[in-house]
Design a protein around this ligand. Sequence first.
Ligand code: F6R
Ligand code: MG
Ligand code: MG
Length: 368
Amino acid sequence: MAEGKTTLSVIKADVGSIGGHIKPSQRLLDRVAEFIEQEGRGLLTDSFISHTGDDIAILMAHNRGTDDEDIHRLAWDAFLAGTETAKEQGLYGAGQDLLKDAFSGNIKGMGPAVAELEFVERPNEPFLFFAADKTDPGAYNLPLYLAFADPMHNTGLMLSPSMSEGFQFTIMDVTHTEGDRIIELNAPEDLYDITALLRDNERFVVESIHSRTNMEECVSVATSRLSLIAGRYTGKDDPVMLIRTQGAFPATGEILSPFRLGHYVAGYMRGSHTGPLMPVKQNSSISFFDGPPIVSCAAFCVHHGKFTEAADAFDHPFWDHVRDHVSQKAIEIRTQGFSGVAMLPYSELEYGGIVERLGKLDTKFKVR
Ligand code: F6R
Ligand code: MG
Ligand code: MG
C-alpha cells in the first residue's frame, strides 16, 4: 500500500441463480450487499454491487493496494454468506464458483475473478467497470487491441499528444498454470506480434495495459480460467475488467467503440459454443441458448475513494440498434447447430461427456 493512492478492486463470482444460469435472486444480491456494507466498514472507502447474467460483482474502493489479504477475504466471505442464502432459497448452482474450502490469503486461483488497479487519483478520475457473462477473458482481446492500438477506433492515437507514445500490452499465457507466464509488447511497434498472440483468445489474454507516456496502468483484466483451476468444467470464467479513461488514456467512447462489433467469442451454451458478444445494460439476465454472451459497462468517477453513481454505458438508443444486429449474428451462427465453428474445438469443450463418447467410439474404429 502506498500513501495517497486509491485502489479499485472488483471481485466477481457466480454463487447461485434463478431458473438455471440466468440471474441471481434479489435476496442473494441483498445478502452480499449487506455483508459488504457491514463487514467492509473501516476497510473500504466505497463499494458497488451489481450483477451481469448469473454473476455478482463487488466493486470496491480502498487504499490498501492490490492483492490485499483483508480485501480478498472480505469478498470471499461475502460470497460465502451469499452461498448460504442461495442454499436457503434453493438457487441453482449455489456456491458454484467457490472452488476451494478455505481462504488462503489471496482469492486468485480460488474461483472468483479479480481485476485491480492502484493509482494516485487525478483531480478527476473517470473509469469503466466491465463485466461479461457466458464467455472467457479472451473476449476482451479484440476490443482492447482496437481501443488501444487501432486508429480506426481510437483516432485519439493520432490527435492527442498524451497518447502519441502508444501503449504497452502485458499478455498472459493462461494455459501456464505453474505461475504467471507473461510477455510485454509495445503498440505501435509490435502490432503484428501482439495480434499473432491475441488471435488465440483461449491461450493468450491481455492482462493489463500501461500508458507509455506516463507508464501508468490503465487496464486490468481478470485472467483466471476456471477449468484450469478445477481441472474440470465448472462454468465459464465470465471476466471482469477495469479501465481508467481520458487524458493520457483513451476516451470512454474510444473504449466503447469496438463493442459495437459484437464479435464472436467462446462461451454461450455449456461454455462450448461460439456466440457474438452483446453489450447489455447493467443487471441484465441471460436468455437465448444460455446466452448470447453479454458484456455490461458501468462508468464512474472516483474522488477521494468515493464513487459517483454509475452511468450505464450501454444504456443508450445507439446500443439498441447494436443489440438487434448482435441478435441477428446470434441467430445466424445457431443455424448451423453443432457443426464446425458453431462449437468450440475439442480442447475447449467444457463437458467431459464427449471425451468419454469419443473414447468409446475410438475402440470401434477399424483400419481397412
Ligand atoms: C454456460 C452456462 C450454462 C450451463 C448449462 C448447463 O456457462 O453456465 O450454459 O452450462 O445451462 O448447466 P448445468 O451443467 O449446470 O446443468
Ligand atoms: Mg452459472
Ligand atoms: Mg456466469
